[in-house]
Design a protein around this ligand. Structure first.
Ligand code: NDP
Ligand code: 8X3
Length: 251
């Protein structure tokens, strides 16, 4: 049975990806910091799809935890076919001079360093089997910087660059590396960005039919369905009302 590892599977894109792959018969490794949610998702996937689920509770920012918890999984789970590097966040939306430096650390440590720590553990397993597919969740924010998006956009531009680098590193091993860059999608993303301010979070999606988490999961899954010699390298997806991270036609 094929195995997918999805980071940040307690909500949003990650949960939808875990569900979508499980529905296709994959055994699933899910990760996140919220233990209770992780267990709920695990139970739901097992009951609904009858697949094996390994729920791993760790913070991707903590390299020791990543190495111990993920690096210590049983041998039979290391045969990971697809890694979806999804865990991430935006924190705040401010000009740099008014920015909260703790927000910057959270974004840089999660979106860039966390993705690297997880990949650092999984890539050797894929390399030893000369097989695998890594899908990094970037953003339209990787492609164009929008007002006050500064550090978040920079972290996603880094994901874009790291994806290109990984593809070169893994070329000799025939491991696919894909970046999927979604535009505005209604998940917990804006509630996290605006620290629980519902009005600010809702305003992001006003007058817009945003992407759903399922839309993104469907595209991520699609990328894994192509023949072995075909790799989607870089895929940008937006709501029809959004031309890029900056221009949105709200009606
Ligand atoms: P959600 O807030 O709904 O989900 C984020 C997930 O990431 C949660 O499962 C959360 O789990 C996990 N996560 C966050 N920080 C950490 C951490 N330090 N360690 C482990 N897990 C963590 O957001 P989305 O689903 O929308 O976002 C998923 C990814 O997609 C992010 O990388 C985001 O930047 C990107 N993205 C989002 C877009 C959007 O408009 N929604 C558009 C483009 C890209 P827990 O809190 O339990 O740890
Ligand atoms: C999330 C999309 O436009 O809020 O990456 O940056 S956006």
């Amino acid at each position: 049975m094929a195995i997918v590892l999805v980071t940040g599977a307690t909500a949003g894109f990650g949960q939808a990806c875990a569900t979508t792959f499980a529905a296709k018969g994959y055994d699933v490794i899910i990760t996140g910091r919220r233990k209770e949610r992780l267990e709920e998702v695990s139970t739901q996937l097992t009951q609904e799809f009858g697949v094996n689920v390994l729920a791993l509770h760790f913070d991707v920012r903590n390299q020791d935890e990543v190495n111990t918890v993920l690096g210590g999984i049983p041998e039979e789970w290391r045969r990971i076919d697809v890694l979806v590097n999804n865990a991430g966040l935006a924190a705040g939306l401010d000009p740099i001079d008014q920015g909260n430096t703790e927000d910057w650390d959270a974004m840089i440590d999660t979106n860039i360093k966390g993705l690297l720590y997880v990949s650092h553990v999984v890539m050797p397993w894929m390399r030893s089997r000369t097989s695998g597919h890594i899908i990094n969740i970037g953003s339209t924010a990787a492609k164009i910087v929008y007002a006050k998006g500064n550090v978040y956009c920079a972290t996603k531009a880094a994901v874009d660059a790291i994806t290109q680098g990984m593809r070169i590193d893994l070329l000799p091993y025939r491991i696919k590396v894909t970046a999927v860059h979604p535009g505005a999608a209604e998940t917990e993303f804006s509630m996290v960005r605006f620290k629980g301010n519902e009005d600010k979070a809702k305003a992001v999606y006003e007058g817009l039919i945003a992407l759903s988490a399922q839309d993104v999961a469907d595209v991520v899954y699609y990328c894994t369905t192509l023949p072995p010699h075909v790799c989607i390298n870089d895929l940008v997806m937006t709501p029809i009302q959004q031309a890029n991270a900056y221009y949105t036609d709200r009606k």
